[in-house]
Ligand binder design. Structure first.
Ligand SMILES: [Zn+2]
Length: 250
């Protein structure tokens, strides 16, 4: 039973009780609390409110995983791959299906370099979390099929656009044999263009098992490579090893 299901059951039972007592204010309080928790559950992946959202590795070793969202992007991903190759780092790329279709050679290069290429939806709609189950299934399947068709690889992980989730997210992902992955450190690199600030924010929050969220899609190549180079230097300075997401989760 998920936390959401437990809370829903408790809300129903308490509602029955306060209705018997005729305490109508209590009823309002219960359902206001229910919807407040629902909203927080949607927005906060690490709450694991609706299902098994993977937001960190269970390791005590000084290991972290790098993840890059919203690519592949012909303007920035090739430069990023050069940096990762130079530092012998393997990362996880949560790719948008339609971008894989637009840049299949780059998607294959990501895999040839030893990185993971995973599912970040087909169209990256900001309304994904409002999709009914059938539409969500179609979108995720389209991303799976596109990645399979162009690279021969089947993703095993799904990261919902913007990290929002609901009970359908987990039901649909499970049916497609996908594990839902979030993050423990959000770099905010799409809002903050100064690499030093982005890295400082990450380093303040870093701990063993951290999953670090960065973006290769929509970020200028120079900004992205400067951020990653600085981040790798700081992580290694503090004794952290950068491991591929799947290896950190096993
Ligand atoms: Zn995204």
């Amino acid at each position: 039973m998920t936390r959401f299901q437990c809370v829903a059951l408790a809300a129903l039972l308490c509602s029955g009780l306060v209705m018997r007592l005729g305490w109508w204010t209590g009823l309002i309080v219960i359902w206001a609390g229910f919807f407040l928790l629902l909203g927080l559950g949607v927005a906060l992946p690490h709450w694991r409110y609706f299902g098994p959202f993977i937001c960190a590795g269970h390791t005590q070793q000084p290991q972290v995983a790098l993840t890059f969202d919203d690519g592949p992007d012909l303007r920035s991903t090739p430069k990023l791959l050069e940096v990762l190759r130079h530092h012998q780092v393997e990362a996880a790329f949560f790719a948008i299906g339609c971008k894989v279709a637009a840049a299949p050679a780059l998607a294959n290069q990501i895999l040839r370099d030893g990185h993971l290429l995973e599912n970040h939806s087909f169209a990256h709609s900001y309304a994904t979390n409002l999709f009914p189950a059938r539409k969500l299934t179609a979108d995720l399947k389209a991303a799976q099929r596109t990645i399979e068709k162009h690279t021969g690889t089947t993703p095993r992980y799904f990261r919902p656009p913007v990290g929002l989730s609901n009970p359908n997210t987990f039901r649909v992902a499970r049916a497609l044999r996908l594990k839902v992955v979030g993050w423990s450190i959000r770099s905010l690199d799409t809002r903050q263009s100064d690499p030093e600030r982005v890295v400082r924010r990450i380093m303040r929050r870093v701990k063993p098992g951290a999953i670090i969220l960065l973006h290769d899609g929509g970020i200028p190549a120079d900004q992205l490579t400067a951020t990653v180079q600085l981040l790798l230097a700081k992580l290694r300075e503090q004794g952290y090893e950068i491991v591929r997401l799947d290896r950190m989760l096993t």
